[in-house]
Design a protein around this ligand. Structure first.
Ligand code: F0G
Length: 463
């Protein structure tokens, strides 16, 4: 890993550790029993039995000493809390939007905004709706349409900005049905599309089209700082702009944003909605008061609002973002060089392993991704998540599986939590996984609920 400010190639974590949380060591023999007891579903494992937890980067960040200090000065007044002013000023400075509604997490902001804008006959268009975004839209009776750039399908090409929206498809949809469009939503970075970034050029063109067809343009900005890193390093003309300026430029193109602060807000809980338009903000504020809380705290304690305000500033720090993106790339590039098939280029918050390519002999209805998830746990105590036919597969009339488009396993990296030796350990575990890949067996589902089966389904390895 090269460090632009140093002649040494090692990038050190740009922080010292003041408080530590022990990791409980387990043996492979113990883990075999533990995963069996959890019905081969890593969501059912106790966190105490996980060595390296790469299940999600959401709400799993380590807060800084400044954020913890902010927790102590949180103003818990019901109305007019100074902590709300701090959050409001910070979000206003970052986004330029005047109306800020604090929510308990991202999906609460989505429920309020899309609950108001949605309804039967409405459509929403995105590079890719995240699951909760889609669910909140569909819950209102509206339709959520994904139109990622065709480049997104080229999983091993070196192209950047595979998170972009397909502009031609967007204009086609707008020509046909602009009056029914609830909003165009750019998810930056595109989590469900392999964590790939969105370029400013793409956002600018989306903005132009939305203005031309008089349609609302919303940014799902939960990883906006990480997205800015890619713009500065890979989009022409931004080499000398700060990450924060780049984000500000992107916000200026849209009408508002929904944020899960559990990602680039660097906190364990929280989110917000920020909007340009007063009448839309007024309608959403009514829903905020009914479903979350009063306008100066919404779904949050004063202390949480303090921590978000501080986290939103820290996340744009040059040294932090260099460390953040390079350490995810370090993991992705190392395992790719060893022969593990991954989505490429490596995104910011996670490495996505292509389990169908790693285990070409395991068919989709034997869930290669879930098999890999279990193998990662048994071999190394690493917890990851399957994003394939367990999560998105459906059945036809004859109960035959209609597989998901891809069999991925996501290794999401919590912010400021793990050090390089943890990541080196993960790389070493993958060398064992590779050795045993040809003889790996699939897995079957023995019990499943009707909805969101990946959380609670039971599995059994095939003999
Ligand atoms: N939008 C995106 C792009 C997300 O990745 C998430 C959450 C949300 C919205 C919803 O935010 O969880 O605060 O309600 N993603 C998590 C993940 C759960 O693991 O990727 P939330």
């Amino acid at each position: 890993m090269a460090n632009p400010k140093s002649k040494f190639k090692t990038i050190i974590e740009p922080f010292r550790i003041k408080s530590v949380e022990p990791i409980y060591m387990t043996t492979e023999e113990e883990r075999k029993k533990l995963i069996k007891k959890a019905h081969y579903n890593t969501f059912m494992l106790h966190s105490h039995h996980v060595l390296i937890d790469l299940l999600t980067d959401s709400g799993t960040s380590a807060m800084s000493s400044k954020q913890w200090a902010g927790i102590m000065v949180g103003d818990e007044s019901y109305a007019g809390a100074s902590s709300f002013d701090n959050l409001k000023n910070e979000v206003h400075d970052l986004t330029g939007y005047p109306y800020i509604l604090p929510t308990h997490q991202g999906r609460a902001a989505e429920r309020i905004l899309y609950g108001y804008l949605g309804g039967k006959g409405k459509i929403f268009i995105s590079n890719t709706h995240f699951d909760t975004t889609r669910a909140n839209i569909e819950f209102t009776g509206a339709e959520a349409i994904d139109i990622p750039t065709p480049l997104a399908k080229k999983h091993d090409s070196p192209d950047h900005f595979k998170g972009n929206i397909d502009l031609k498809a967007l204009e086609k949809l707008l020509v046909k049905s602009a009056k029914n469009v609830g909003a165009v939503i750019l998810t930056v970075t595109n989590n469900s599309g392999g964590g790939q970034p969105v370029s400013l050029e793409n956002a600018r063109k989306v903005s132009k089209l939305c203005k031309k067809y008089k349609v609302l343009f919303i940014i799902d900005c939960c990883r906006i700082a990480e997205n800015s890193y890619f713009i500065r390093h890979f989009e022409k003309g931004y080499e000398n702009k700060s990450y924060r300026k780049i984000a500000q430029e992107m916000f200026a193109l849209a009408d508002g944003c929904a944020m899960s602060a559990k990602k680039d807000g660097m906190v364990n809980i929280g989110g917000f909605l920020a909007l340009k338009n007063k009448s839309l903000a007024d309608a959403c504020t009514n829903l905020l008061i009914i479903t979350e809380g009063f306008i100066t705290y919404g779904g949050l304690a004063g202390r949480d609002m303090e921590a978000i305000a501080i986290g939103l500033r820290e996340v744009f720090d040059d040294d932090y973002l260099t460390y953040r993106i390079r350490s995810t790339q370090y993991l992705g590039e190392h395992i790719r060089n060893m022969g593990v098939p991954v989505m490429y280029p490596i995104g910011a918050h996670a490495v996505y392993v292509d389990a169908a390519k790693l285990y070409p002999h395991i068919p989709s209805d034997q869930y290669p991704g879930q098999a890999l998830v279990c193998e990662l746990y048994i071999k190394g105590g690493i917890r990851a998540v399957e994003i394939g036919s367990v999560m998105f597969g459906k059945y036809d009339k004859n109960h035959k599986l209609i597989p998901a488009p891809m069999e991925l396993v996501r290794l999401a990296i919590p912010r400021r939590v793990y050090t390089q030796s943890h990541i080196d350990y993960v790389i070493e575990v993958f060398s064992e996984i590779l050795k045993d890949a040809p003889k790996m067996k699939g897995i079957k589902i023995t019990h499943e609920p009707k909805f969101l089966r990946h959380f609670t389904a039971h599995f059994e390895p095939l003999k």
